[in-house]
Design a protein around this ligand. Structure first.
Ligand code: FAD
Ligand code: THG
Length: 789
């Protein structure tokens, strides 16, 4: 096979890592272009102090960082001095324990240490001023320009060509496919272009008509004069730039490291200073705005008494990339074939990202799944310039904040509202946000339901974004009937003569069943890993409605569809309400001419009908595990649908149920949530979804790990480490109190040997270990009597 010609734009650390990883995989036709001189190009890499803190709430990000540590250590471009995050308040100390949990969950060694230990680790730390620290011995400092140059050298040995002084001034796109780049020195043909242009990424992307949701934001870095406390005693390591751990003081938006006997101070505490991506200079550095540093300098001296007499000798405002969700932008452009991105990547994640992107391009199985980093993950509203600027600046402000797992985006809101929104407001809905949608977590008007109920009270952390009303709504759903707004569920219409054959080909389902069938099935990648779990409802001979998980699913279907199939994301133009509970049939039947009896309308069947005056697609499915239907209709009639159901439901004691109850109910029933419980890292059998696969591979190996149901007596939140015999063995994916079963339900990835019911393990929750027991699943209604009745 002829080698694809790859052009990488940008010889910063990301471009160099990507070129190295591509050539390692035998792709030798790689040309890397940079406008600047190699390898101090003037990009962000040239200015970064190179601190590598690996711990991150996102597993893939920690894995990217761990690979960076391993790779740059091997290259001799990494000083493994360790990292210490300092806490000065009880809240921060608790947060360090939570962070240490992520470290254990994702496989990085870390300990929360006492103030004395912090002082022993670093000469500037005053034990009187801190409450503790998170020590990660494998953290350290990457020498970023060296790491870039060394990776470039390795790539060059395998045939890659690096060219400085080559500015890309245009991208050549023909018939929707990239065919080359125009540089200041002439045109270079290419089959594939990888944009690693850092803060200049949006400008480069625009050359192909692509909008990249990224904002360059300035961030301050300053250096003190020499500090006596950091003076060098001489000896073997006298010429080492850094000898003590890198430090973070997130409570004051600061980080620190030595530069010989000077202190380097990084400051996120100032107002966001965004730059217009179209008007950037050739250097990612701007003049130091001293006023913005004043508070940081005060805080630094408060924290380190040994720096009190020091002064700031130099400083600058360095630019790097922020995105709407603070995660990188990786993978193929969905608009232009052959154009790829590796953007908004820190030094910390550079090697891991280079590897992931190279694996993705070459079709090798990704070691770390880049789904949450996929450049295609944004909804249309998230790609607009005003939204991107607002979110990116807000993310700059929040970069070191303590973020609760349920904490919604606060601004700009509300953005997307379902047709039921006004009714939900009238009912006292307490709204969180998902993919831009306002979603009630519970309804204050349901407070009277608490009368006579004992609802389990979680601990302080789990009680945030929570109310006992959540428990009452969950119980009422199992006792009577409740309406759940499912509008945010991604709905995709697939129509045309080839629709059935197409869907059979791209899912694991048996879709040759007739009109009226609903099938729960999966989309898998080429390596048999789960890309999504979906429901496929056959509403007509050539008409299917899919319930999916994200914009990436819609994109995948649209891209793969043949000419005789039309794929449309109809989410925004339609709405959906779940009517669930033992009295659901009593509520709906009088509203329709159709027969909704169990015999005439069985579980996992669908049909088009009218509910009152509203044309609906009715699917007899329930993610909460109760009798009932998902009813979807055009958005214009959504309010009418809600009001019709609400009025008819009064005699049955109908309530509106929020997302809190919904999540609890689905966990009791054992229903997985894609992207949380299972990801593209997992195959269906490990995830407990083998039943959804039509052609099971009989020769497949027994799974080494399993998504396992645990129960415990206290509420945890997800992403906690699981310990067996004191050692970390896995992690919790999602958890909630089960208000029917009276215990907390937690799903966790565990080695198969530990997945047998009755096995006891411990869940790390802040500074405690909570006992948990593996349970046979599902915990609720294993006989399916509720659903099939
Ligand atoms: P860059 O290094 O900017 O490389 C992009 C390259 O593309 C540049 O060389 C540029 O010349 C080239 N280019 C752009 N447009 C074109 C074009 N049209 N034609 C040809 N070439 C083009 N990260 C950490 O992990 N830890 C830290 O401690 C840390 N501290 C930081 C402190 C500061 C002050 C700054 C500014 C950043 C810091 N970062 C840190 C972030 C980190 O530096 C960046 O995220 C990272 O360097 C980005 O690498 P890159 O290769 O994507 O971008
Ligand atoms: N509704 C619809 N589509 C969806 C979801 C939904 N698509 C995305 C996501 N949610 C998919 N997740 C599930 C998970 C479980 C079930 C449905 C969607 C479910 N499972 C049955 C079970 O395991 O008992 C399947 C039984 C069967 O295959 O017959 O109901 O909420 N529209």
């Amino acid at each position: 096979m002829a080698q694809p010609r790859v052009v990488v734009i940008g010889a910063g650390i990301v471009g160099c890592a990507t070129a190295d990883e591509l050539t390692r995989r035998g792709w030798t036709g790689v040309t890397v272009l940079d406008r600047g001189p190699l390898y101090e190009t003037g990009g962000s890499t040239s200015h970064a102090p190179g601190l590598v803190f690996q711990v991150n709430p996102v597993k893939a990000m920690t894995e990217f960082a761990a690979y960076t540590v391993a790779k740059y250590s091997g290259l001799g471009a990494f000083d493994q001095v360790g990292g210490v995050e300092l806490a000065c308040t009880p809240e921060r100390l608790a947060e360090l324990h939570r962070r240490r949990g992520w470290a254990a969950a994702w496989g990085v060694g870390a300990r929360v240490v006492e103030p004395d230990e912090c002082a022993r680790l670093h000469p500037l730390v005053d034990p009187e001023r801190v409450l503790g620290g998170l020590h990660v011995p494998s953290d350290g400092m990457a020498r970023a320009v060296d790491a870039a140059a060394l990776q470039a050298a390795a790539a060059q040995e395998r045939g890659a060509v690096f060219k400085g002084g080559h500015e890309v001034v245009d991208l050549v796109v023909k018939g929707g496919r990239i065919t080359g780049v125009v540089t200041s020195e002439g045109e270079i043909p290419a089959d594939l272009v990888v944009c690693c242009a850092g803060i200049w990424g949006p400008k480069v992307a625009r050359m192909a008509g692509v909008a990249l949701p990224l904002t360059p934001v300035a961030h301050q870095l300053a250096f003190t004069n020499p500090l006596a406390r950091l003076a060098r005693p001489g000896g073997a390591d006298a010429d080492r730039e850094i000898r003590h751990p890198i430090l973070r003081h997130q409570g004051a938006d600061l980080y620190f490291r030595e530069r010989f006997d000077r202190l380097a101070i990084g400051n996120y505490g100032h107002r966001p200073l965004p730059a217009d991506p179209e008007k950037l200079a050739a250097n990612a550095m701007a003049a130091f705005t001293e006023d913005d540093f004043a508070e940081a300098w005060q805080e630094t001296r408060r924290l380190f008494p040994a720096a009190r007499e020091a002064k700031i000798e130099e400083g600058f405002n360095g630019l790097f990339s922020f995105t709407p969700d603070n995660l990188p932008l990786l993978g193929p452009s969905r608009a232009v074939d052959g154009l790829w991105f590796a953007e908004a990547v820190w030094i910390t994640h550079s090697a891991g990202v280079g590897r992931a992107v190279a694996e993705w391009i070459t079709g090798e199985r990704p070691v770390t799944p880049p789904r949450e980093c996929d450049v295609g993950r944004f909804e249309e509203h998230q790609r607009g310039p005003a939204y991107v600027l607002a979110r990116d600046c807000q993310n700059y402000v929040e970069v070191y904040d303590i973020i609760h797992p349920l904490q919604p985006m606060e601004d700009p809101r509300p953005l997307r509202t379902s047709p039921f929104y006004s009714r939900q407001q009238e009912l006292g809905g307490v709204f969180l946000e998902a993919a831009g949608w306002e979603r009630p977590q519970w309804y204050e008007s349901n407070a009277p339901l608490l009368e006579g109920r004992e609802i389990h009270e979680p601990g302080e952390w789990a009680a945030r974004y929570w109310s006992p009303i959540v428990g009452a709504e969950a119980q009422i759903t199992r006792e009577r009937v409740a309406l759940y707004d499912m509008t945010a569920l991604k709905r995709i219409e697939v129509t045309g003569p080839g629709a059935q054959a197409f869907l059979s080909g791209v899912t694991t389902g048996r879709l040759d069943r007739g009109v009226g069938a609903v099938t729960y099935c999966l989309m898998l990648d080429e390596h048999g890993r789960v890309l999504s779990d979906i429901t496929v409802a056959r509403l007509g001979e050539r008409e299917f409605q899919i319930g999916a998980n994200s914009v990436l699913d819609a994109d995948r279907l649209a891209r793969l569809a043949p000419a005789d199939v039309v794929v449309r994301d109809v989410t925004a133009g339609t709405c959906c309400v779940g009517v669930w509970g033992p009295r659901a049939r009593d509520l709906v039947q009088p509203l329709t001419e159709d027969d909704f009896s169990n015999k005439a309308f069985r579980y996992f069947r669908c049909r088009r009908t009218y509910v009152g005056m509203v044309p609906v697609a009715a699917l007899r499915v329930s993610y909460v595990g109760e009798l009932g239907w998902e009813l979807s209709c055009p958005a214009d009639m959504g309010l009418k649908l809600w009001d019709t159901l609400w009025a008819a439901g009064q005699e049955h004691g109908v309530i509106a149920g929020g997302r809190g109850a919904f999540n609890s109910l689905r966990l009791e029933k054992g229903y997985r949530s894609y992207g949380v419980d299972m990801t593209s890292e997992h195959d269906p059998y490990e995830a407990g979804l083998g039943f959804a696969v039509r052609d099971v591979d009989p020769g497949r190996a027994a799974p080494k790990r399993l998504l396992t149901c645990l129960t415990l007596d206290e509420v945890v939140m997800g992403k906690e480490p699981v310990y067996a015999k004191g050692a970390p063995v896995g992690y919790v994916t999602s958890a909630a109190w089960g208000y029917t079963i009276g215990r907390c339900v937690a799903y966790a990835w565990l080695p198969s040997a530990l997945a047998a019911p009755g096995t006891t393990v411990e869940i790390g929750y802040f500074d405690r270990r909570i006992p948990a027991t593996v349970a046979a699943e599902p915990l609720f209604d294993p006989g399916m009597e509720r659903l099939r009745g």
